[in-house]
Design a protein. Structure first.
Lengths: 234, 215
């Protein structure tokens, strides 16, 4: 585990090829053969300079060795190249996202789908803590948490306080049509968040009260110091 | 013999030195002037009208002033110029530049209040239609995302002639997808109403679409 994570921790200063060359003599011959014949991860290396491409390849392979999905990491790297970010920033962001994927897997469970892990990593990078991710998983243990995590991240990014966003998502997620309810909540909050401070939270409270059957609400209505200036859109 | 200052405004103020009295007089005059309400356009118009009416009235009674001296005759254009000066000073109010600055700021804010609008919807067969309406004109808009490797050339959007909306249809597999719009090859925009994915790594946030049929 330590060897696998070393390139992630060292980054561009320690290339994985160099690391493997240094530990190669210590491995059995069969393991060395397996290491050499292992299929390479395919990604568009022409979008990066050679040094960055090699470092990225090391990061991707280490993530694969840990059982993390590599497609979200490749997408992050390609996104950085498309945005014309520097190599250093691309490597740092990919490395941080790999760590977030690992933390999301610990919070959501090893059986989570790659999309769930990517959504969980995005939520962690948006400032949502691991305990909240665990509560989202507990609220819907058998279903997918993908939409719940996406909506939770969106609500927090629009200024809804984290406890209120968490309670609303956890209340709607177990409903029979929970995904539709969650997407409806996101749409309503997005519309009202453009109308001024406090409107997003007001819309969230109204939507949750109108969606959840009476007596089933797990939390008291949220409050805020910022009063809305006019009623939210229906 | 030099003229003594007038005994104004109170006797106790005359007991001090001349310079102190002058300073206090100036201070009181300035305070009184500052307390005056600002003239309204209606007041300025009334004043100008009165001045013009006085100018148009024929001179009677030999034109003697209050002090008993002969009033100097003024030409007709003098009164017109005075009225114009009063109007300019009262309406434009050059001593309050902050008022015109505020108006300029408000106009700028009102002009830039137009926001872009976007939408995504499943058309059928796993095809998703992306639409974007921009507040300003653009030469080209492209759709980038994890479904096309974030390649600006892969998915150009087409502008409808009817309303100027940019649109593109993309076949997407069920699951979570992140995307953004690139305007004129430089500016990255996100759909303000679609779910946001904030990330400090690459700056602006991305929008995300989730197909409900994902496992």
């Amino acid at each position: 585990m330590l060897l696998v994570w070393a390139p992630l921790a060292l980054g561009a200063q320690q290339r994985p090829d160099t690391l493997r060359a240094s530990v190669g003599p210590m491995l059995p011959a069969a393991a060395q053969t397996a290491l050499q014949t292992r299929a390479q991860i395919q990604f568009d290396e022409s979008r990066f300079d050679s040094l960055t491409a090699n470092t990225l390849r090391g990061l991707f392979e280490d993530a694969r060795d840990m059982g993390l999905p590599t497609r979200p990491l490749i997408n992050r790297a390609l996104e950085g190249a498309a945005r014309r970010m520097s190599s250093e920033r691309i490597l740092r962001t990919v490395r941080e996202f790999a760590a977030a994927l690992n933390a999301a897997r610990e919070s959501l469970g090893a059986t989570s789908t790659p999309d769930e892990l990517a959504a969980g990593a995005a939520a962690l990078r948006a400032g949502i803590d691991e305990a909240t991710l665990q509560s989202v998983r507990r609220s819907n243990p058998r279903g997918s948490t993908e939409i719940a995590l996406v909506v939770l991240t969106d609500l927090v990014s629009r200024g809804v306080p984290r406890p209120n966003a968490r309670d609303a998502v956890n209340a709607l997620s177990p409903l029979p049509k929970g995904d539709e309810a969650l997407l409806g909540l996101q749409s309503l909050v997005a519309k009202n968040a453009q109308r001024g401070p406090g409107m997003a939270l007001e819309a969230l409270n109204r939507y949750v009260r109108g969606t959840i059957p009476a007596g089933a609400s797990p939390s008291t209505p949220a409050t805020t110091d910022r009063k809305p200036v006019r009623p939210p859109d229906p | 013999m030099a003229e003594r200052p007038l005994p104004f405004p109170a006797p106790d103020e005359q007991s001090g030195p001349g310079e102190e009295l002058d300073a206090r007089l100036v201070q009181r005059l300035r305070a009184a002037y500052a307390a005056l309400p600002a003239s309204t356009p209606q007041m300025a118009e009334d004043c100008a009208r009165a001045v013009l009416a006085e100018a148009a009235r024929p001179q009677v009674g030999g034109g003697r002033g209050a002090r008993g001296g002969r009033r100097l005759p003024r030409p007709q254009w003098w009164w017109g110029a005075a009225a114009a000066a009063v109007l300019v000073v009262s309406v434009v109010r050059p001593w309050r530049p902050e008022a015109s600055q505020r108006q300029a700021d408000s106009a700028f804010v009102a002009g830039s209040a137009v926001t872009l609008e976007g939408s995504t919807r499943v058309v059928g067969d796993g095809t998703v239609r992306f639409e974007l309406r921009l507040p300003a004109s653009a030469r080209e808009v492209s759709l980038v995302g994890d479904f096309n490797g974030w390649d600006e050339q892969a998915t150009p959007m087409v502008q409808r002639a009817a309303d100027g909306t940019w649109s593109a249809r993309v076949p997407l597999e069920p699951g979570r997808h992140t995307y953004a719009f690139v305007v004129d090859g430089q500016q990255w925009l996100v759909d303000p109403l679609a779910p946001q994915v904030p990330d400090a790594g690459f700056g602006p946030t991305n929008a995300v679409i989730v197909d409900g049929s994902s496992p």
